[in-house]
Design a protein around this ligand. Structure first.
Ligand code: G4P
Length: 279
């Protein structure tokens, strides 16, 4: 299968982000915990040099907790602060708040030495489409926040969300484009639903997914569908079709229908919590 990406507004978005980054102290980058590598765009490291960095491993509720742990250590070793997250829940917000202060400790200390008091840390959220940026901003900001902006001294047009006395967040997230360095990245993005399904070959995608699950998480498909896990992924797909009564007009297994089921149930976490990349 071949994945392509047409980055229409990429240059413009990148320029905008360059401008926005000048205004902030901390970059809060969301990645998808099921594919922490493919859901990043390493360009942000260039754009965000000099800035404090926090990586939120979002959708951790769908990912393999052991691998999330490993990736957490991997990112920490590279100098990022990290928090695991389900952005739909407020449960992780306290940890994020504390980590933001920790990540910006040096900056706050510098301010204090210069006699600058009570200047909140300014942050912006970035990430590829569908990674959960809006969900995170809504959950984190909640109802209690007040919007500031369009007032003297504040960059025109920029809206800041005052989260508390210590932190302000730029209200529009920065969109990063995934980097299609190789086809594996494209495959992984397609599997989590980051590429429009209309342009994908669902049967082929399901076969690739089955291949990965057979190798990385043996037993998971057998457990979900009550089938034997054969060596051959296409055979497994047909077995799922039979198990789920996906039968074509001629009585043969309807693999396309089964493919949609396998992909949907993987994406929604029904088949299990999986991380399909390793640090
Ligand atoms: P974006 O701004 O980065 O583009 O992403 P957005 O917040 O719109 O989130 C995309 C989808 O991901 C939403 O589902 C949202 O509910 C879901 N989501 C965000 N964070 C998490 C998380 O931590 N765990 C889980 N399980 N889901 C999360 P949606 O509105 O239903 O869209 P879709 O799933 O129909 O595409």
């Amino acid at each position: 299968m071949h994945f392509q990406w047409y980055p229409g507004h990429m240059t413009k978005a990148k320029r905008q982000m360059q401008e926005d980054i000048k205004l902030i102290d901390l970059i809060i980058e969301l990645v998808d915990a099921r594919i922490p590598l493919s859901s990043r765009n390493p360009d942000i490291d260039m754009l965000g040099k000099q800035k404090a960095r926090l990586i939120l491993m979002n959708k951790a509720d769908l990912a393999d907790p052991k691998k999330t742990e490993l990736f957490g250590r991997y990112f920490k070793d590279k100098g990022y602060f990290t928090v695991n997250l389900d952005a739909r829940s407020r449960a992780g917000m306290k940890a994020i708040q504390n980590t933001i202060l920790e990540a910006c400790k040096e900056k706050m200390e510098r301010d204090r030495k210069r006699g600058i008091k009570n200047r909140p840390v300014r942050a912006m959220v970035v990430g590829i489409p569908n990674v959960g940026k809006s969900t995170f901003i809504n959950t984190y900001a909640g109802k209690a926040c007040t919007k500031t902006g369009n007032k003297p001294g504040v960059t025109k047009g920029k809206q800041w969300i005052r989260l508390n006395k210590n932190v302000e967040l730029l209200d529009t997230p920065g969109i990063l484009w995934p980097k299609f360095e190789d086809q594996t990245v494209g495959l992984h993005l397609a599997l989590i639903g980051s590429i429009k399904d209309e342009i994908l070959n669902t049967d082929g995608l399901a076969v690739e997914l089955i291949r990965i699950l057979l190798k990385e998480y043996p037993g998971s498909l057998a457990g979900r569908y009550g089938i034997e896990e054969a060596q051959d992924a296409a055979e497994v797909l047909s077995a799922v079709a039979k198990a789920r009564n996906c039968i074509g007009k001629g009585g043969e297994p309807d693999d396309s229908k089964a493919a949609s089921i396998v992909i949907d149930e993987f994406r929604s976490g029904k088949t299990g919590r999986f991380t399909i990349e390793a640090p």
